[in-house]
Design a binder for this molecule. Structure first.
Ligand code: CP3
Length: 344
């Protein structure tokens, strides 16, 4: 294990002071970069996640260009689910699409447990990256059981999560069996990344904001907590993120996170009061602000930094992923601005 404890990013995750507020962006690798669009031309998304040299190049592109304080492994939340035997594709402009959704106990048999060898290409990618990145930490990640279950049950993206919630409320045994299996797959996927050398992990429960706090605590939190608890002895900071999670922030911290990711709807000082003094926060500039002109970007960045200062540690990020239409030069300027304002 090679956690880069002295990096501003890991120090902020641990609530320790650093030379400046670290900054990285969810979806920093991807369609906002012309060099990404070029190298991905003609290669499917899942296929590109399975080629370690390609993963390495795509992961490094935003680090070279923007001077961010952390890299995030280029992969996708459905990669371990595909390795577990589920027939799925990642469709451009749509997202993951599952050929035969999971709706019954019989369907669950198609979701096998995974071994580290099933995702050996991920371990290989991490090893190549850690060697290239030097002092810049690499963040590993996985989808949380609820968000993964939503794709498996719905068969693709959803606005209402109708079938997902119908199973959660109506078939609790099947629901718990599915989320237990997903938490085991997720833990194996994350442990593989940790063993190969990532310095932190982020658990994406992107769509958990569809739930009330009571339902989250009853039906979802135990499964996410099993994943985060399973990493306790790994020694890496654990980031837990979702969108629209204002009412869940406290529970998401309690689930076992060192850092709670916050979207743009909740100011970071308010979020910190909910989460408590023992955890750092990550976020939370609205990705749409980057389309509003530099003066606005600068003003809002100062606000986010000021509000983030009330937490024990703050990692600057957007409130969700970089939009594909974003001008990459704005992102480069934003990194420099965060470094300049926060340098101490
Ligand atoms: O730079 C990074 O952040 C690392 C790479 C990364 C990807 N997916 C690459 C990707 C990460 C961290 C993810 C996680 C992911 N994937 C999440 C959680 C994060 C979030 O956004 O809340 C979710 C919900 C998914 C599922 C998924 N995969 C979606 C919704 C999409 C977008 C569909 C589209 O085309 O708009 C994908 C595809 C995907 N994953 C792309 C990338 C770069 C786009 C594929 C392409 O370039 O064609």
């Amino acid at each position: 294990m090679t956690v880069l404890e002295d990096s501003p990013f890991v120090r902020a995750c641990r609530g320790l002071p650093g030379s400046h507020t670290p900054v990285w962006f969810m979806r920093q690798a991807g369609r906002s970069l012309p060099e990404y669009r070029k190298i991905r031309a003609g290669v499917g998304m899942l296929e590109s996640c399975r080629r370690p040299e390609l993963v390495t190049e795509i992961t490094l592109q935003p680090v070279r260009r923007h001077d961010v304080d952390a890299a995030i492994l280029f992969s996708d939340i459905v990669v371990p689910v595909a390795a577990a035997g589920i027939d799925l594709d990642i469709v451009a402009g749509t997202g993951p699409v599952v050929a035969e959704p999971i709706r019954t106990a019989g369907d669950l048999e198609r979701l096998r447990p995974i071994t580290p060898e099933d995702v050996g290409f991920v371990a290989e990618s991490v090893r190549l990256l850690v060697a290239e990145l030097g002092a810049t930490p690499l963040i590993g990640f996985a989808g949380a059981p609820f968000t993964l279950a939503s794709y498996l049950i719905e068969g693709g993206p959803s606005r209402t999560y109708l079938k997902t919630k119908a199973m959660m409320y109506g078939q609790p045994e099947l629901w718990n069996a599915l989320l237990t299996r997903l938490s085991e797959i997720t833990l194996t996927f994350l442990r593989t990344q940790v063993d190969a050398g990532v310095s932190a992990v982020q658990l994406f429960d992107s769509w958990a904001g569809a739930l009330s706090e009571a339902d989250y605590r009853q039906h979802v939190m135990p499964h996410s907590a099993a994943v985060l608890r399973g990493l306790l002895d790994a020694g890496v900071p654990r980031i837990h993120f979702g969108v629209g999670t204002a009412v869940l922030l406290e529970a998401m911290g309690e689930a076992g996170a060192d850092v709670v990711g916050v979207d743009w709807r909740t100011p970071l000082d308010v979020a910190t009061k909910r989460i408590g003094p023992d955890r750092s926060v990550q976020g939370n500039l609205d990705p749409a602000i980057l389309f509003a002109g530099w003066e606005t970007v600068e003003r809002e960045t100062r606000r986010v930094l000021a509000q983030g200062a009330s937490a024990p540690g703050h990692i600057f990020n957007l409130g969700h992923g970089v939009m594909p239409e974003t001008d990459p030069e704005i992102l480069t300027r934003l990194v420099a601005l965060v470094h300049e304002i926060s340098s101490r």
